[in-house]
Every structure is written in C-alpha cells, then in structure tokens.
Design a protein around this ligand. Sequence first.
Ligand code: FES
Length: 578
Amino acid sequence: MPPTRKKPRQRSIQWFGRQDIYGFIYRSWVKNRGVPNDQFDGRPVIGICNTWSELTPCNTHFRVLAEHVRNGILEAGGFPLEFPVMSLGETLLRPTAMLYRNLASMDAEESIRGNPLDGVVLLGGCDKTTPSILMGAASVDLPTIFVSGGPMLSGKYRGQDIGSGTNVWSMSEDLRAGRISIEEFHEAESCMHRSHGHCMTMGTASTMASMVEALGVALPGNAAYPAVDARRNVLARTAGRRIVEMVRENLVLSRILTRPAFENAIRANAAIGGSTNAVIHLIAIARRIGVDLTLDDWDRVGDGVPTLVNLMPSGKYLMEDFCYAGGLPAVLRELGENGRLHKDSLTVNGKTMWENVHEARCWNRDVIHSFRSPFKKNTGIKVLRGNLCPDGAIIKPSAATPQLLKHRGRAVVFENIEDFHRRIDDPKLDIDESCVMVLKNCGPKGYPGMAEVGNMPLPPKLLKKGVTDMVRISDARMSGTAYGTVVLHISPEAAAGGALALVENGDMVDLDVAKRRLELLVDEKELKARKAKWRAPRPPLERGYWRLYFDHVLQAHEGADLDFLVGKSGSFVPRDNH
Ligand code: FES
C-alpha cells in the first residue's frame, strides 16, 4: 500500500452532502432514474468518461466496457456516473482528428472538474481519444485510471494476416502499381477489420494503450488484450473496483505521472517500435501535469533501447500475437532486467512498476525478442536538428530503410497536400529514387491540425520500377501504422515561417540520422532573400474553434497543445450554480 498524502475532503460531498436547497437540487434530479438515497452517503463518486461514438468505429463497444467498469465501482462501494465527451474517430473525422485533440481535452477537463466527481475512469481507444482525455484529466489531477478499448482481432485475408493501416498502405501501392485488382482491394476491406476494437498493428492506438500502461496509469495487461477477449472486460471491472480504493487513498494522477514514469514510457515506446505520434502526445500530457518533457528527452532517454517487438509496421505480427506472447509486461520486464526501467515508479494498482512486471513471462520470442537478441538494434525515435528544423524534427529508424538514413538528394517540392495529389501520378514529374520528397503546409497551423500525410505515397512510375522507399520530409505527422524513411514534425512548420517554407525544387537536402542532422544546402543569403518574399497564411476559418486553434496552437516540439492549456488548474470545486 503506497503512503497516502493528507486526504482532502471528498469533492462530491460539496454537492451531495449539503442539507440545504443546493443539496436538494444536486440530489433530487439524480434520483430521477431510481438512484436510492443511500448512494449520497459520502461514498466515492466515480466518473466514467466515455468516448463511445458510432463516428469512432474503434470505440463502438464502449457502452459494454463502461458497464463492466460500473459493476466494479458498485462492487467496491462507489457511486458510478457515466458521462460522454467528444470522441475523435481517426478514419472519419476531417480535416484530421488531431485538430480536435485539444478541444476534446478541454471537454474532458471541464466535465471532470465541473461535476461532483472524486475519481475518474477514462475509456479511450482510437488514436486521439487516449491523449485527449488523459490531457484533460491531468489538468484536473484527481485519482484516475485509464482503460483502453483493446485492439481488434488480426485481419485475415486469403490465408494471410493483414494489419490495420500498414496493409492499407501496401495494398494501395500494389493497386497503383497494377499488382492487384480493385476487386481484391475491396475484398481486403472486409477482411481487415472484423471485430470490435482499435487498429491491431502497433499504430498510434496500440502505442498509446501501451504508453498508458508503461506510465502506470493503466492496469497491467491494458495494452494487448483484444477488445473482444473476456480479460478486457475483467480489466475494466477491476479498474472500476480499484478507482474507488484510489479515491480512499487519495492516489491522484500527479503521483503516477512523474518524470520517471514518462521515461519508462519513452523506453517502452522504443522497445515496442511505437508510433511517432506518441512523441507529441506524451510531451503534451507531461506539460499538463507539470513535467517538462522535451524532444531531446526522447532521443536521450530512448537511446540504446533496441526494438524488441516484432509487430507491424516495423515487423510482421499483430496485437493479438503480442497478447499471446505476453504483452507489454514481458517487454517492461526486459527493460527492467537491462537497467532501462525506473522500477520504483508507482502505478494505479498501488504497486510499483517492478512489482507488477518482474515475473512476466514471454511465450514467443519471435514476437517479443530479448535484449540479448533484439528484433532491431538501437532504434527508438531520433531527433534531428539543422537549418531546416532548428526546433527539431523526428524520424523512426525502425520503420525506415537503413541505407537511406544517410542520404543527400534533390528536393521535389509539394506546396500542400492538394499539390501533391495533383502531381504525384504524372509520369512527367521530374523525380527519381534519389530525390527527397518535400511536403509543406501540413503542420499544426498549416493543415490545420497536423495531418497524418507525411508518409507520402511514392510516384507510380518509381513503384513500377520496384522502388519501395524514398526520403520524405514534412511538417506533418505520419500514421502510426505507416513506414518508410520519413522525417516528420519539422519545427517550426512552414505555415509558421520555418525554413521548410523556403525550400524550392532542385535544392539539395542532406539527411544524416547518425549525426542527427537535417540540412538545406542553400546559402544563408539566398534563404534570407526567400524569407523576405514569404507571406504568412491567413487562418483557414475566421471564427470558431478552427480560429482559436490557429491563433493558439504550439509547435510540434511543444506537443501541439494550445498555449493556454499547458499546465493544470487542479480539482477545485467551482461555486454553486444557482
Ligand atoms: Fe481507430 Fe486506427 S482508426 S485506432
């Protein structure tokens, strides 16, 4: 049992414990669905923060998951109150779900603080639903447990496993190169996503589910149990029981989300070959809770950690295989046995990280490799600097072609994603495999929302020649399910006047990942002349959230949060509402 801090008066008592007109108002309306009087006796009131939505296909089983959480809360003597927050579906929401991550975080933060809650269980699954609600909860800092929705079962197509996203990209290239028919393409659509759950590759959703487990804010096993596995429901029910105890122990989120916890997550990300999106999300979450995590921490802390997990997009297996091989606890044990884990980090079950994982077993060494025989050596996330990215850019070497990690090539520039789509299929496009594809205006302000378009598809004429990878650079993000020698998150972005805005066709670009360099080989005087002609873009919309976002979004290296959302306001009880 962890030591407890002095326990403040439970928040919910300031609503439900009142013996005046306000207490009447706070209790009476809740009773309208049959809640008995004894539920207002001072027991912990637990919010179940649900990102269920039919517009978020990865989260459509969350009503069932929430019922399991509710049962656990009741069993432990708590009073559950479920509430919806904005849900962000990666596949349907335009122009990109990332534009709304910060908005959803505000929804979660204000919903938690403004209501009579003593603790909260967060239900997230699809990519942005995890960081958004965790960012919001961090700014309130109540006792909090995260329960992920779990990955889908493996895709099965013509006797082969196919993975979300990863095989969409490869089959799309096959279609464009004429290697498969449109009928085969359609058939694969029905075979890829065949159960509830989120993407079952080590994409952003699986990565973030692993991150919350590595941070200690989710229970052991959270990352890998498939959405339809009964153990997922048991985990949800256990989380419901545990959150009630956490309120009694006053085990608030800031005691879990410490710097060592973030360092554990960074190393876990390297070991699982996790998504580049985790970089932005973890920096944003850390800055909410008061940990000054930087881009350089990613390179420094993750350096020397090999990729252990052989999952798409870096490898060949899928999350179901990862689960059966032992899941994240087996990976964390490897990190711990090799001096790469802060073992004393506290987790939501009240135990240290090491207490949770020191006996975890690996059942398949082809899926989860050991440090002694890693899947890929020293990979992780590498942070690049240079005149093209003075505030940083990132690359994921485990998903890249090793020979291209040191490369000099002629720039072929696309001013925005529409320009790219207009020209990429043109057989007359002046490009060969030695060129560097440069995409501008896809960063936080430029898109807006920093879309996942950095893994630009290759020109069909090169695909037909058998070219499978080229160096691509942009201020965009990349889907966690994607792969290639792709430099992302260039900061400052083009739309904020970064040097990326000044790149022209024919310029030489020099990439040297070992030296952590990305340079535009154009002399300073010429760049100054180009900058003098550059004009800042107008906001994409003059009003509403898009305008607020454009005016306040921070650059990628600061987590792309809104400037006024960084930090926390805590769990103070606002004044009465009548
Ligand atoms: Fe929802 Fe991939 S689309 S997790």
